[in-house]
Design a protein around this ligand. Sequence first.
Ligand code: CP
Length: 319
Amino acid sequence: MKWQRKDLLGLEDLSADEINLILNTASSFKEISERPIRKVPTLRGKTVVMLFVEPSTRTQTSFELAAKRLSADTVSIAASTNSMQKGETLKDTAKNIEAMKIDALIIRHSSAGAPRMLAKVLTPCVINAGDGSHEHPTQGLLDIFTIKEKKGRIKGLNVSIIGDIMHSRVARSNIWGLIKLGANVTVCGPSTLIPPGIEKMKVKVTTSVKEAITNTDVLNILRIQLERQKGKFFPSIREYMIKFGIDSEILKGAKKDILIMHPGPINRGIELAPEIADGPYSVILNQVTNGVAVRMAVLFLLLGKRKAPFLEPSKKGRF
Ligand code: CP
């Protein structure tokens, strides 16, 4: 199949074939990052702008490296230094960036739907790098890529996602992608952090970590969003650790080849014990490595087919 979309806004929009196309493309790009010279000319002449209105370490760096390894030019605009601080609207900021002739805008924003709003008004590709509690499609893709790389398949696997399901864009993108590819997904967390009606996404729901771990092939542990704890979704961090924290004791009931995943950033000792984060089942840093290949694939599919830029200055329209 051929990639047809201008934008990547969420895994809810994609078919299983489209997800597989990205995963297969990422597979062929992964080797580039292993070379002594980690660069190919594929996107030479393209310009990619990163507008991160929320903090990021992994996603922003990974997109920037992905674009640079494909020889695109990159510009990063930080939350603290953009003109939205002076009252400019997101749409005006984006239209001004577009006016400088760019090929892709990668946006992280605290409001769900911000990337979709921009995709409707911009000609460049728009890539969602995380919008509020809605979706984080490239995180979902890199998680699925890592599972497939380690387990050889997605169909029929049992995947449990543990933690703050309610506020997690990572959980939503994982669920959409994994269900489309035929995995069995269980979500687990305090009942106050499980959104009502999530069963409609074809997931199983439990508040028992023991149940979520038993017979699961993959445990994806979410970050407890301490900044949202003002809402008192659980009585205390200590209580959360005791009931939902993953440590070697609770993992005694797990399969011997379980994969431990976490999208980062980790609250060490809260949702995940350090010995598990750094232990033999953990593929957390593999996820980060694979993120670059997945984002190279996304940029290639979205931008690779776009018209090549002029190599010489035009003689037309000179003053
Ligand atoms: N996983 C993830 O989105 O991490 P960052 O917030 O560091 O980008």
